[in-house]
Write a protein that binds this ligand. Structure first.
Ligand SMILES: C[S@@+](CC[C@H](N)C(=O)[O-])C[C@H]1O[C@@H](n2cnc3c(N)ncnc32)[C@H](O)[C@@H]1O
Length: 223
């Protein structure tokens, strides 16, 4: 199994224990604020449509949903239950009624999105690719490209290593050791170039992101 989020028993156990925040990585406020500030800094405006790939329990969504126009936030995750924990516990009744609709939340294990999701402006994947193998990232990019408008951007965080370190474990921060073949995965700049070229994106940049665990932000643009 590629990552712990694919273990239905563990996901159910964490949700039942009320631990959805910790399970999706903790640092609820800090990483919620960070992704929201980052997306605004790269041009996210209220009228845009945003897809949050691997949105989990809405650590970012609680910021994006009230900022965007009603129903302009689209949440996707392999675990419907994690999204439901977020929708139920992290949003006010008022916000739920005014800003979201069930059709904007979807789950699958192969990044199949609902047919109605089309011409979205931006996608974000915060701490998603760090848990995925190269081929799963390739599938994610391929599928996500279909729902973005031409020129739309997909901002996804990764653990980055230099080519000389690609096949050894790498200390990213005090608490994270990244790996070439297991979660948390690391990748090289060349890997991202390859993935973009293979899936119809151009790789715009890999940016510093002031992430506390040293994730970097890879920016893909749909050609
Ligand atoms: C570390 S959490 C981050 C959640 C969210 N982006 C945030 O910032 O809080 C990773 C999320 O990716 C989801 N995930 C893992 N593998 C996935 C896959 N193959 N397809 C879709 N979602 C996946 C997990 O269920 C989890 O919600």
């Amino acid at each position: 199994m590629e990552n712990r989020y694919m273990r239905a028993d563990l996901v159910a156990e964490k949700i039942a224990a009320g631990k959805h925040r910790e399970f999706i990585g903790g640092m609820w406020e800090a990483l919620g604020d960070l992704q929201f500030a980052y997306m605004k800094s790269v041009g996210l405006l209220a009228h845009h449509k945003l897809l949050d790939v691997g949105c989990g329990s809405l650590r970012g969504g609680v910021h994006f949903i009230p900022y965007l126009e009603p129903k302009h936030y689209f949440g996707f995750d392999i675990n419907q239950s994690l999204m439901e924990a977020g929708l139920t516990n992290e949003l006010s009744d008022e916000l739920r009624q005014s800003h979201i609709r069930a059709e904007n939340f979807s789950s699958s294990d192969d990044f199949t999105y609902p047919a109605q999701w089309q011409a979205l402006d931006f996608a974000i994947g915060l701490s998603l690719f760090t848990h995925l193998s190269l081929n799963t990232i390739k599938l994610c990019l391929w599928q996500t490209r279909k729902v973005l408008k031409t020129g739309g951007k997909f901002h996804a965080t990764i653990f980055l290593v230099e080519k000389k370190n690609m096949f050894v474990a790498h200390q990213q921060s005090a608490e994270v050791l990244s790996h070439p073949t297991k979660d948390p995965f690391h990748y090289t700049h060349e890997d991202m170039e390859y993935l973009a070229a293979a899936t119809g994106f151009s790789l715009c940049s890999i940016d510093d992101f002031e992430h506390p665990r040293n994730q970097k932000m890879a920016v893909f643009q749909k050609i």
